[in-house]
Design a protein around this ligand. Structure first.
Ligand code: KG4
Ligand code: ZN
Length: 358
């Protein structure tokens, strides 16, 4: 089955063709980073305008690179949410028009479910139940995945996403955008134990994440130690590198500590770490340590599949299309589309030995 995936939820316009849900035939990503860089974050109006400009050439290039004609595909999968409404609408409208013109089936895909599927191309098949950490600029969620297509959020951020924290701290330190890769580079030359940041614990004892307090702690540290943000073309000081390393270390410990705690409780057969922040080498290393301790395989997407792409959307969409799911032409962008469809009291799951004690 050949599926065209289309992704435009944030600041990447992407199209990909995937065969049988696991083989990437082509993948084209047009990034808007240069457009948003000078604003230090994504500007929604500019993002939708860019998507409008890029969607046609990006889809055409995906077919060209695959050596396929539009009529060769068996279906279309498009990101329907969550994301920026103007951005999502470009992909959704385009996909609907194309499905109508070609007479091909269409499915809407949740962007976060797409990230979870980003591991299917380069790893052995996922065994279920799985525990999937999705960490990006917009989301930080830990999902229990008892079976393909079934998700329960077992931990989530109460405020900022992990990638957002990287981006905001980088902006505060004058380091540029996106912050994650820059902080990771500087952290390699810094001492992660130089500044002691603590991992926030939730008052209600739930295993949720919180990163906005950490951002405030970094800002307080900068003020109290009179650190100067790095100027343009200036080499970052050792103090900035130490701060970057300490910040990264606490984010990684928070993410992997909670993943380990929930893995001990839920006994997954596979750990998945996906989303833009999964590019982070320190997060990968610590996740591997946790997985080895628990004797569970851990799967990551390679960097070009970690950040937003359409191959992951096509892979997630293939499962839906194969199951007979179809979207109508009333498919709409849903900014707050949720990915949680397993009831805590699901009897079938309980019989499989899956209990949620959260
Ligand atoms: O998945 P993604 O491309 O877009 C969203 O769906 O949000 O993730 C982008 C996020 C940005 O916040 C970026 O700073 C972060 O991923 N990121 C990283 C690294 N590379 C990208 N964070 C930490 N370390 C990295 N190496
Ligand atoms: Zn994403």
């Amino acid at each position: 089955m050949l599926v065209l995936g289309i992704e435009s939820s944030c600041d990447e316009t992407a199209a990909a063709i995937v065969r049988d849900g696991r083989e990437m035939v082509s993948s084209v990503i047009s990034s808007q980073v240069d457009v948003h860089k000078r604003f230090g974050g994504v500007v929604p109006e500019l993002a939708s305008r860019e998507h409008l400009d890029k969607i046609v050439p990006v889809v055409d290039e995906a077919f060209e690179r695959a050596g396929l004609k539009k009529r060769d595909i068996d279906g279309i999968a498009v990101t329907a949410g969550p994301g920026l409404v103007g951005s999502l609408l470009v992909g959704v409208s385009f996909a609907k028009a194309m499905a109508f013109a070609l007479g091909k089936p269409l499915v809407g895909v949740n962007h976060i479910e797409g990230h979870i599927f980003s591991v299917v191309f380069e790893n052995p098949p996922v065994e279920y139940p799985a525990l999937a950490l999705v960490v990006s600029g917009g989301h930080t969620n830990l999902f229990h995945v008892p079976a393909p297509g079934k998700y329960k959020v077992v931990a989530r951020t109460r405020d900022d996403a992990a990638g957002e924290a990287f981006d905001k701290v980088a902006k505060m330190l004058g380091l540029g955008y996106p912050g994650g890769p820059i902080i990771e580079r500087l952290a390699r030359e810094g001492n992660p134990r130089s500044v002691r940041f603590s991992i926030p614990r939730m008052g209600d004892g739930r295993p949720d994440f919180s990163f906005s307090g950490l951002k405030t702690a970094v800002s307080k540290y900068v003020r109290e130690s009179s650190l100067k943000p790095v100027g343009a073309n200036e080499e970052p000081s050792q103090a900035i590198k130490d701060l970057a390393a300490s910040f990264q270390s606490v984010v990684v410990r928070s993410l992997t500590g909670t993943t380990a705690r929930l893995a001990e409780e839920l006994h997954p057969k596979t750990l998945i770490v996906a989303g833009g922040v999964a590019c982070n080498g320190a997060l990968r290393e610590e996740s591997r340590t946790v997985a080895a301790r628990l004797s569970v395989p851990v799967y990551f997407p390679s960097p070009h599949l970690s950040t937003d792409n359409a191959a992951m959307i096509a892979a997630a969409g293939t499962v839906k299309l194969e199951a007979g799911e179809r979207a109508g032409f009333d498919l709409n962008a849903d900014v707050n589309l949720r990915l949680q469809n397993v009831e805590v009291e699901d009897e079938a799951l309980r019989q499989q030995g899956v209990h949620y004690r959260l």
